[in-house]
Design a protein around this ligand. Sequence first.
Ligand SMILES: [Zn+2]
Length: 238
Amino acid sequence: MSGRRGGGCTSVLSMLLVLGLVISMVVYLSPALDLGNVRRTVAADPMDGVPGSGGEGYSFMQVAGDGDPVTWGCEERIEVVVNPQGAPEGYAAMVESAVRQVNEASSFSFAVTGETEDREFLDRGRGPVLIGWADEQEVPELEGLTAGLGGATYVSGPGGAARAVGGMVVIDTESQGGGWFSRGIDQEVVLVHELIHVLGLGHTEQTDQLMAAENGGQDQLGAGDLAGLAALEDAACG
Ligand SMILES: [Zn+2]
């Protein structure tokens, strides 16, 4: 897979691993919330979330028309399904551990409810959050050093408010122990990072946070990450 490295562009990034682009999927509903009239747009945003949003050490992935960050319902239980195709050995325990870390750090709770054969990563509507593994042939956004993608689908109402109703995390099958570096990156760290994108945080420029776009070894949630999750809770529970 030497082609993955692509020319000489990795020299600057050799000490960094990219933890994932931000994928936003917007489902606009008609004022009557008629699912028969869903209009869906999918946008891939390689940048950091909404510039200037958030606070010290965190940003929001999306800000709704009413000014609040887009996130889930107050203390919502968010159903998760796992597609094990391409997953590493021990994936179930890894997913469980990543979910536990995020749940302990926030008032939202992801709940793994089963496995699926669903591989529709980039065009998701309302429903369970899909966790899966893929390569860049299947999901081109995983090209290069990108280790994973994560994001939410949300509905936007006529008053400007918006709320997440679905989402996904996809991990690059070559991100651990084989692809780019002899050591690879810990996929559990990638999973935690991407699940926090699903909750609604974007990237931060502070490199000692787990939500930094590029990971240089950070494997624990930082103060900015925790403050960001608290801000999402405030927005959800108002
Ligand atoms: Zn990311």
